[in-house]
Design a protein around this ligand. Structure first.
Ligand code: IFM
Length: 720
């Protein structure tokens, strides 16, 4: 169960499949577009951190120069799948080796039949190297086969151009291109080499020095039944990585040219072998779940920056235009647990990105009149807020919708601190906590202490006018998730402060030179902790999601079935806001993150209440995995239905937007659903324990986690 296979090519599913067949190596990702191109494709390569300015969304990952192209001419006929006849087609993504293969037979308009096999990989062993190979076998003709391949700077982001040409060169051994992003001035240089081998034949090489598209062409005569093998080596560096990207990409190319496909692929395969060694989850008894879980883990792994602590993972990873590469709480709350427990070095990089971006968060807090650090809801290269303020209304495309999340979805500041704490608890990485993590936790605590408003009349602190995780409801007061996480952030900061002062005084002094902490602040923190309003009805045990939620209109979701749209699309933004319907778990999300706050009976009462009111099918893609975990905790048999919804999010395009990119949070949530839901992994005073809730048919879940540097193996089997 390692292969994602597509047996027929349907141009209507083109964008969805480009997302599914994305390959990557944590440095870049390339969507699964065809080497030879196809009309209306959304071919794209995104590199971590390579952002450029864009209208409305402020900044976006710039689609990088195209490295993939292979233009093929078969006895003078141009190979393209929108012409001629496709006689057979199979596309396979081998998750184990991160290799994409397309095997097809094509009859040209003039009746020439050819068997073509394309393979590509973005090396995990050498992250600046990508390779593509094509084998071409004429089946019923002999003639000249020519392949042209270059580096195309003529790329855009859905029509917006991000690259200025700087220089290029074409030699027998290589073609190279140097470009720069228009506004952010990030230099990218790439180099490539092309070869063709036909046994017993000489191949001919031509240089094609077209402006902004340096290329090479190789050709050879070939007889029916013989095979031509074409190889393209590709290297690239940016000024984010090195001082002289051009020199480095050309030098790297010459180094890799000493090796052939088999050697370079073997190093890549080995790197993936060790990756899976640490991260695989074995599920027995459910092939669909097994494949989907591996596919989602693969998506996390190809998006994970291994050598860069200045980047985060966008909500749509590096696999599409959705959310333009911006990062949300999706990383810290949904994806990060996978990395913390299997690849802590990657988790450290991701959390370091937040630490590096403290200046942006401080700016945001200051601009809003608050202390400390207020993290942006959407974050990109610099850590400034990049949530668009207005976006075109998808319903009519002419009116505009005000997006409030960047202004008032504030829980992300506590989410980041929470993730840092989880990382620390699981790794014991003291240097990270002392040098970076503590600063974030203290600065976000400062933010909360100033964001909470004192209500004189009621003698309590409140956090008003916000959006909680459930985005169907905006401008609400005292969202319990936000208030409870803010309180947790303050309490944790208080404990951390004492620990730093008492046990790490020199680290504290160093840190204090940066944050200039005033002891008087502690009084305020304590006051806020004691008086922050956290709604709870001890009689019913129901937790009101925010003040006035229970007064909103209750909707029987079953009565809306069958439907193909979200409740928000059916009722409108205002209409959904007036109901009790949730876009995604909110109170339950809190109970998942801070389980000690509530007893089991409270969990059961709230699970029953909110489960019935959540837009599971068409609400947020972040919901189903968490709902599955909470269903396990509530012993609800519906857990599998939620799980499989998350498992299919991208593979089956259940929300009809997979073409925009992988739902990274859903991928991370899926891992959590298996580990913390079905396997029931929990950290107790006796250490890590499992409390399995295996779905029907599942006979085994096996996985590893790392705890304080030690690998722990779990093998959960169904008792018969
Ligand atoms: O962060 C999420 C949010 O919770 C729901 N809307 C989409 C965002 C990005 O995935």
């Amino acid at each position: 169960m390692w292969k994602i296979v597509e047996e027929t090519f349907n141009p209507e599913k083109q964008h969805h499949k480009e997302t599914v067949f994305t390959i990557g190596n944590g440095y870049l990702s390339t969507r699964g577009a065809f080497e030879e191109r196809f009309p209306a494709e959304m071919r794209a390569t995104f590199l971590h951190g390579v952002f450029d300015d864009a209208p409305v969304v402020f900044t976006e990952l710039a689609n990088a120069p195209d490295w993939l192209e292979l233009d093929i001419f078969l006895a003078g006929e141009h190979f393209r799948l929108n012409q001629g006849t496709l006689l057979s087609f199979t596309r396979t993504l081998d998750l184990r080796t991160a290799t994409l293969t397309r095997d097809l037979r094509w009859r040209s308009p003039r009746g020439r039949e050819t068997h073509l096999v394309f393979e590509r990989f973005a090396s995990l062993a050498e992250e600046h190297l990508c390779m593509v190979k094509a084998t071409i076998r004429p089946e019923n003709y002999s003639g000249r086969v020519e392949v042209r391949a270059g580096l195309s700077g003529e790329v855009d982001n859905l029509k917006l151009k991000h690259w200025d040409w700087v220089a290029q060169g074409v030699r027998a051994q290589e073609a190279w291109l140097q470009v720069k992003t228009c506004a952010t001035k990030i230099e990218l240089s790439a180099a490539m080499k092309l070869s063709m081998t036909v046994p017993g034949q000489r191949s001919h090489l031509t240089r094609l020095d077209v402006q902004n598209h340096p290329a090479l062409a190789v050709s050879s005569n070939i007889k029916s039944g013989e095979t031509a093998t074409v190889l393209k080596w590709f290297t690239q560096y940016t000024s984010r990585d090195v001082k002289n990207p051009l020199k480095d990409s050309r030098r790297a190319l010459q180094k890799y040219l000493l090796q052939d496909w088999a050697q370079l692929w073997e190093a890549h395969r080995k790197a993936w072998e060790s990756e899976w060694e640490r991260s695989d989850v074995i599920i027995e008894g459910d092939d669909e779940a097994q494949l989907a879980v591996r596919f989602n883990i693969f998506q996390l792994l190809i998006a994970a920056p291994r050598h860069d602590e200045h980047v985060n993972i966008g909500a749509k990873t590096l696999s599409g235009y959705g959310y333009r590469g911006h990062a949300f709480w999706d990383t810290e709350i949904f994806m990060l647990p996978f990395f913390i427990h299997t690849r802590p070095e990657i988790a450290r990089n991701l959390l370091s990105y937040r630490w590096h971006n403290l200046p942006g968060a401080r700016e945001k807090a200051k601009a809003n009149g608050f202390l400390g650090a207020q993290y942006p809801w959407e974050s990109a290269g610099t850590g400034e807020e990049v949530t668009p303020t207005w976006v075109p209304n998808p319903a009519d495309r002419t009116s505009l919708i005000r997006i409030w999340t960047g202004d008032i979805e504030v829980h992300i500041s506590a989410d980041i601190s929470y993730a840092i704490w989880k990382y620390w608890q699981s790794t014991g990485d003291e240097s990270f906590l002392l040098e970076r993590g503590a600063e974030v936790i203290l600065e976000t605590a400062r933010f909360w202490s100033s964001r909470a408003e004192w209500n004189e009349e009621l003698g309590r602190y409140e956090i008003n006018d916000i959006i909680g995780p459930d985005e169907y409801h905006d401008h609400v007061d005292n969202n319990v998730y936000t208030n409870a996480l803010a309180c947790w952030n303050l309490k944790t900061a208080l404990d951390l402060y004492s620990w730093l002062k008492e046990e790490h005084s020199s680290a504290w002094k160093k840190l204090n030179r940066r944050i200039r902490f005033n002891e008087k602040e502690l009084e305020k923190w304590r006051h806020v902790i004691e008086h922050l309003y956290i709604p709870f009805d001890s009689q019913t045990k129901l937790v009101e999601q925010f003040e006035g939620y229970f007064q909103r209109r209750d909707v029987n979701l079953a009565k809306l079935e069958p439907r193909t749209n979200s409740v928000q699309a059916l009722f409108g933004i205002e209409g959904a806001n007036e109901t009790q319907v949730l876009k995604q778990p909110d109170v339950l999300m809190l109970m998942y993150l801070l389980p000690d706050l509530y007893d089991h009976e409270t969990l059961l009462v709230n699970y029953a209440y909110y489960n019935a009111r959540t837009d599971h099918t068409f609400g947020s893609s972040l919901g189903p995995s968490i709902q599955a975990i909470m269903a396990c905790k509530a012993n609800d048999e519906g857990a599998y239905v939620h799980f499989i919804r998350a498992a299919r999010a991208d593979l089956f395009n259940v929300r009809n937007n997979a073409g925009d990119g992988i739902h990274g949070a859903s991928a991370g949530g899926l891992w959590q659903a298996v580990i913390f839901g079905f396997a029931g992994l929990e950290h107790t005073s006796a250490g890590w324990m499992t409390h399995p809730h295996l779905p029907e048919g599942w006979t085994r879940i096996a996985f590893k986690i790392v705890d304080h540097g030690k690998e722990l193996h779990f093998d959960v089997k169904k008792a018969f």
